[in-house]
Write a protein that binds this ligand. Structure first.
Ligand SMILES: *Cc1c(COP(=O)(O)O)cnc(C)c1O
Length: 390
């Protein structure tokens, strides 16, 4: 699958009638909903992985307009692209950068997360080489039970104290990350909050009180109010999707608006007689004469191949129609039913609304054994993005 860049090709000039629509008004709205929900905590908009497939600079701009004060990315390269797009808001790196990336982190004024002494040393040398007129801000990450990255409570406290003692650095933030905040009633999140608070208390005992304490992702921010501290880091909710599968529509999820739709135009239409079978493997047999539409999106665009075997549907003429036969690399077939008047150029919706019907990323995820996050991140770089509400 083509790796999406941070910024996607625009729709203008594209010859293939297939595109992802990104509603920036929805991003602004979702940011504003989250800001109101978590106040007085601040909102950090997580725009890693090309803004979850929506396009990072565009989403970042809309999120800042909606009231976000911080941005967060996974990679130094992602931070570089935001700076190149002229964004000067603070940008948090969610993992510790490689030692040889620290000079660029400093040059770009990205805010590194640290959790190893090696990372600290590399940052101190990078800052020492530069011409900083004030201490360089750092966030230290403590692992409170997810065990992906972050130092143990004791090591994180020691590292934070070293940062605080370094004249070149400023301990601006101290943070952690949750493993199950999307499982609304799981007490493990409270347990993680308690371990995090314990680490903060030890720091406070040593006279160190980081200005920005943060722990919550979307699930934490919206469903675990005690985890909000000074800032929340929201990704999926910003894009208008629930952190948990469809059906978990607890407040304030119903107020969020999905920002991404995936659309194409019918490229070819033919009548196919009963008894014929369709696409690779001939796995879809027509029980009656029917009208089959070809739609120019396939698995190289992120349309999961298993959708055809698991009841995947698209919207055509305001109705649900089955993806009929195996999803191919560049195209799918849609059984529009006997006598259908579907025509070349008709709009087809794979994700989003048409008439009264809607196909959500979580519906698609449910059919393909994944989560809504992976569906939107998986819409590949080959699909141009069309921005609405800019
Ligand atoms: C991706 C990520 C987030 C955002 O998570 P959502 O569930 O999308 O809100 C927050 N914090 C960290 C450390 C992350 O990696």
């Amino acid at each position: 699958m083509t790796q999406p860049g941070t910024r996607f090709a625009p729709l203008a000039g594209q010859l293939r009638p297939a595109w992802a629509e990104v509603d920036l008004a929805a991003i602004r709205h979702n940011a504003a909903v989250l800001v109101a929900e978590v106040a007085p905590a601040r909102l950090c908009a997580v725009v890693k992985a090309a803004g979850y497939g929506h396009g990072a600079p565009e989403v970042a701009g809309a999120a800042l307009d909606g009231g976000a004060e911080w941005l967060a990315v996974a990679l130094v390269e992602e931070g570089r692209e935001l700076r190149a797009a002229g964004i000067d808001a603070p940008i948090l790196l969610l993992s510790e950068p490689a030692s040889d990336a620290m000079a660029e982190v400093v040059d770009l004024s990205l805010t590194p997360t640290l959790y190893t002494p090696t990372g600290l040393d590399a940052l101190v040398s990078a800052v020492g080489d530069g011409r900083q007129d004030r201490p360089f801000s750092v966030h230290v990450k403590v692992d409170t039970g997810m065990h992906r990255v972050g130092a143990s409570v004791d090591d994180a406290v020691a590292l934070a104290l070293d940062v605080a003692a370094s004249p070149a650095l400023h301990l601006e933030g101290f943070w952690t990350h949750f493993a199950v905040s999307d499982e609304v009633d799981d007490p493990y999140t409270d347990h993680q909050v308690a371990r995090y608070q314990q680490a903060l208390d030890v720091l406070a005992g040593a006279g160190v009180r980081p200005a920005i304490r943060h722990a919550a992702n979307s699930g934490g921010a919206i469903w675990h109010p005690t985890s909000r501290f000074d800032m929340v880091r929201c990704g999926i909710a910003l894009y208008g999707l629930s952190p948990a599968a469809d059906g978990v529509t607890r407040h304030p999820v119903p107020r969020l608006r999905p920002a991404m739709s995936l659309k194409a135009r019918v490229s070819y239409v033919k009548a196919v007689p009963a008894g014929e079978r369709l696409s690779y493997g001939l796995r879809y047999r027509l029980e009656r004469d029917s009208v089959i539409a070809t739609v120019p999106l396939g698995y190289a665009d992120g349309v999961t191949r298993s959708l055809s075997a698991t009841g995947g549907e698209v919207l055509v003429g305001g109705r649900r129609r089955p993806i009929s036969g195996t999803v191919t690399m560049d195209q799918i077939l849609v059984d529009c039913g006997p006598g259908s008047n579907v025509a070349e150029g008709d709009e087809v919706v794979l994700l989003g609304r048409q008439g009264d019907e809607e196909i959500t990323a979580w519906e698609w995820a449910g059919r393909t054994s994944t989560i809504g996050y992976e569906v939107v991140c998986g819409i590949s770089g080959r699909v141009p993005r069309s921005y609405l509400g800019a």
